[in-house]
Design a protein around this ligand. Structure first.
Ligand SMILES: *Cc1c(COP(=O)(O)O)cnc(C)c1O
Length: 451
C-alpha cells in the first residue's frame, strides 16, 4: 500500500491541502479492510486513515492535510508527536518498557504524581494514583471516596459523561450509544439536574441558585446527605454538550459537600490540562475539589490517567487496594512529563485563552447571521455552538450533522456532542497557529452558508 511516509510532529507543514475527495482511494481501501476485521461497535467520525499529525494538522493516507479542531477528543493539546513527548518517550522506551509499579517501582511514576499534586487545584497535602483510562480513574475515585467515607451513594448529573465501564456507564447520562442494551448497571448512582444556562427553565440568570436548590433538595429527599460518598461533576461538561455551569454553581456545590462530609470529585478528564485557559477548569472560580480525575490531555496522546486528592482521603485505602498491571506505565509517564513540561514552557493556558479570544467573537457573529445557532459557549479552547430550530430551543441534530459533514469534506475535523446530538464542539490543539485557526473558522462559516 502506497502510504505517505511523512514524519509527524510540529515540523509538519501547517496547511489545509486536499489532493483527493474525502475519503480518497487509499482510505477507501483501508475502510473496506476495517469493515472486514474491526467490530462494528466501534464507529469513527471521519472515514480517513491518518499517517502523520502535528501542530494543527493531520495527514491522511491519500496525502490530504486536514485542519484538526478535535485533538483526538481533547487529548493532543500539546500537539501530536510534540518534541518533548517524543524525546522523553524515545529515551524511556530504550531503557525499559514495563515492570509494573506494584512489582518494582520507577521514578517516572513518582514524578508524574509530584507534578499532578503540584498543578491540580488546592494547596493541601495531596497524593496521586495512576491508571490507564479516564473511566478507570473515575471508578477508582469512587472506590476511594466510598472507602474513605464508609458511604455508598454517588451523585452525578444530567448530561454527564464519565466513561463506558459498568460503573461509569451507570454514571453517564446518555443512553444511545453509550448504554443501550449494556445493562444492568451498577447501583447506588443518583442523577441530579445540571445547571445548564441555555436550557434552564427559569432562565440563565436564575440558573445557578435554582439548580443548587434543586440538587440539594433532591439529595435530601431521595438519597439522604449522610449516605452520599461523593458528588461527581465535570466542571465543564464534555460529551454532554460543553455545558458551562453559571458562576456560583460549582463553588456552592463544593461548599455543600464540605458541610455534609461528601467527597467532591471534579472529573477534569476533558476540561483539565490547560484546555479551558486555566490548568484546570475548577481554577476559574477557585473551586478546590477533594479529588480530581485526569486523563486525555495529560500525556500527549499516550494512555494515562490519574486520581489526585487530599492525602487523608487517598490514603484511607489499605495497601494493595488500588492498582492495575499497566497503570502508570513508564512510557506513558515519560510522555506525561514531556507534555506537562511543554504546557509550562509554552504557557499553554495562555494559548488556550488566545484561541477562545479568536473563536468566540467570530462564532457570535456567525450566530447573529444564522439563527440555527442558539448558543455559543465555552472557555479557552473548549468551545461549542448549539444548533436549534430558529427561534426555539428545540435541538436540530440534522443540521448539526450536515454542518459537520461539510466541514469534513472541506478538510476541517470537527466533532459533535450533546445529549441531543446538536452541539458542534471545537477542541483545537493548543499549539495551533492563528492562521490555521482562522482558516478553520472560515471553513465553518462556509459550511453554514451552504446549509
Ligand atoms: C473521556 C472522558 C472520560 C472517559 O475517559 P476514557 O479514557 O475514554 O475512559 C471520563 N470523563 C470525562 C469527562 C471524559 O471526557
Amino acid at each position: 500500500m502506497n502510504l505517505h511516509s511523512t514524519v509527524g510532529g510540529p515540523g509538519l507543514a501547517q496547511q489545509r491541502h486536499l489532493v483527493t475527495e474525502i475519503p480518497g482511494p487509499v482510505s477507501r481501501e483501508l475502510l473496506e479492510r476495517r469493515q472486514r476485521s474491526v467490530a462494528r461497535g466501534l464507529s469513527h467520525v471521519l472515514p480517513i486513515f491518518v499517517t502523520a499529525a502535528g501542530g494543527g494538522v493531520l495527514i491522511d493516507a491519500d496525502g490530504n492535510s486536514l485542519i484538526d479542531f478535535g485533538s483526538g477528543i481533547a487529548v493532543t493539546s500539546v500537539g501530536n508527536s510534540a518534541e518533548l513527548v517524543v524525546s522523553r518517550v524515545t529515551e524511556q522506551v530504550a531503557h525499559f518498557t514495563h515492570t509494573c509499579f506494584m512489582v518494582v517501582p520507577y521514578e517516572g511514576y513518582v514524578e508524574v504524581c509530584e507534578e499532578l499534586n503540584r498543578v491540580t487545584p488546592g494547596t493541601y497535602d495531596k497524593r496521586s494514583a495512576l491508571f490507564n483510562s479516564g473511566a478507570e480513574a473515575v471508578e477508582n475515585a469512587v472506590k476511594i471516596a466510598r472507602h474513605a467515607t464508609g458511604r455508598q451513594a454517588v451523585v452525578v448529573f444530567d448530561h454527564a459523561y464519565h466513561g463506558r465501564t459498568n460503573l461509569t456507564m451507570a454514571m453517564t447520562a446518555k443512553n444511545m450509544p453509550y448504554k443501550d442494551g449494556f445493562g444492568p448497571f451498577a447501583g447506588e448512582v443518583y442523577r441530579a439536574p445540571m445547571a445548564y444556562p441555555f436550557r434552564w427553565p427559569g432562565g440563565p440568570a436564575a440558573c445557578a441558585a435554582e439548580a443548587l436548590d434543586v440538587v440539594t433538595g433532591l439529595i435530601h429527599a431521595q438519597v439522604g446527605e449522610s449516605r452520599v460518598a461523593a458528588v461527581v461533576i465535570e466542571p465543564v461538561q464534555g460529551e454532554g454538550g460543553f455545558i458551562v455551569p453559571p458562576d456560583g454553581f460549582l463553588p456552592g456545590l463544593a461548599e455543600y459537600c464540605r458541610e455534609h462530609g461528601i467527597v467532591f470529585i471534579a472529573d477534569e478528564i476533558q476540561s483539565g490540562f490547560c484546555r479551558t485557559g486555566d490548568w484546570f477548569a475548577c481554577d476559574h472560580e477557585g473551586v478546590v475539589p477533594d479529588l480530581v480525575t485526569t486523563a486525555k490531555g495529560i500525556a500527549g496522546g499516550l494512555p494515562l490517567a490519574g486520581v489526585t486528592g487530599r492525602a487523608e482521603i487517598m490514603d484511607a485505602v489499605h495497601a494493595g487496594g488500588l492498582g492495575g498491571t499497566y497503570g502508570g506505565n513508564p512510557v506513558a509517564c515519560a510522555a506525561a512529563l514531556g507534555a506537562i513540561e511543554t504546557m509550562s514552557k509554552e504557557d499553554l493556558p495562555a494559548a488556550a485563552r488566545r484561541i477562545g479570544d479568536i473563536m468566540l467573537p467570530r462564532l457570535r457573529k456567525l450566530a447573529q447571521q444564522y439563527p440555527v445557532i442558539g448558543d455559543v459557549r465555552g472557555r479557552g479552547a473548549m468551545i461549542a455552538i448549539e444548533l436549534v430550530k430558529p427561534g426555539t430551543i428545540e435541538p436540530d441534530a440534522a443540521a448539526t450533522a450536515r454542518v459537520a459533514k461539510a466541514c469534513h469534506a472541506a478538510g476541517l475535523i470537527v466533532l459533535t456532542c450533546g445529549t441531543f446530538g446538536n452541539v458542534l464542539r471545537f477542541l483545537p490543539p493548543l499549539v495551533i497557529s492563528e492562521e490555521l485557526l482562522n482558516e478553520g473558522l472560515g471553513v465553518l462559516e462556509e459550511a453554514f452558508a451552504a446549509l
